[in-house]
Design a binder for this molecule. Sequence first.
Ligand code: G1P
Length: 309
Amino acid sequence: MNPPVKKAVIPAAGRGTRFLPASKAIPKEMIPVVDKPAIQYVVEEAATAGLTDVCLITAEGKEAIEAHFAAAPELEAALEAKGDTERLAAVREATDLAQMSYVIQDEPKGLGHAVACAEEAVAGEPFAVLLGDDFLDARDAALADMCAVQQRTGGSVLLLIEVPEDQVHLYGCVDPVAVAPDDLPGEGELPDGLELFTITRLQEKPAPGTQYSNLAVIGRYVFTNTVFDVLRETGPGRGGEIQLTDAIDTLAAMPVEQGGGVYGIVFRGRRYDTGNKAEYLKATVQLAAARDDLGFDLRAWLTEFLADD
Ligand code: G1P
């Protein structure tokens, strides 16, 4: 049996230009979705899947992210003195999620390069990668399923969504072969109902009409440390950047005994994209509408607002 996945890497070094001017002086990951910074939802997702150590890849000028996950003794003491236990708990929530560490990516050389920066932090263990631009609804979490497939197979695992043909060019895309859970290599129980594929090839943002399939890679991955060996040998790809997708394409062609083997799980649950303004607004409304403290009023107001419009 392969060791369980306990570590997560979250690349968050990008400039966030799509969110300018909001992201001029604060990292885009700190922009709130309802009342928590977007990055906290991603760390929560890792923690919910049982991951205990989170390494954030950041860049200079993004220190607010680290401050958010650190203890704030003065603020906590002030809330405690006021007896404001609710806000105190909300403040402490971010601190208690996981053991956090930070690595600075000093040059924006691509997602593959960002992941490679975590090699020391994950120290020989399998690990998950969660991209900060989207997060999955806690009610539909998929990361624990991915970790189970990784633990059983010892390979790499990707989360996939079906997208309309004309949107595949926005994503990494896979060449999938359906596989029944019982036919997966290795031993170990898997959760019921997984829609599984063996991935034979990948392409990063294929030109329209050239895609292998309409199954797109969303920002959740589980790897062994073999990915670091492969990333070292991966030259610049699309956009002149070191592409994680290119490294996974190499892993897909490698024998299992050498750390190869790539599997995909299809995700059909609720997912929030906070990577662009329109999707971010939808995520904010959807999550607020589902909250006990805000949902009732917000839904009533939305109905009225739309009727008036
Ligand atoms: C990255 C990856 C891409 C993946 C996408 C998911 O692209 O390179 O393969 O499909 O994330 O969100 P980005 O959206 O950062 O350009």
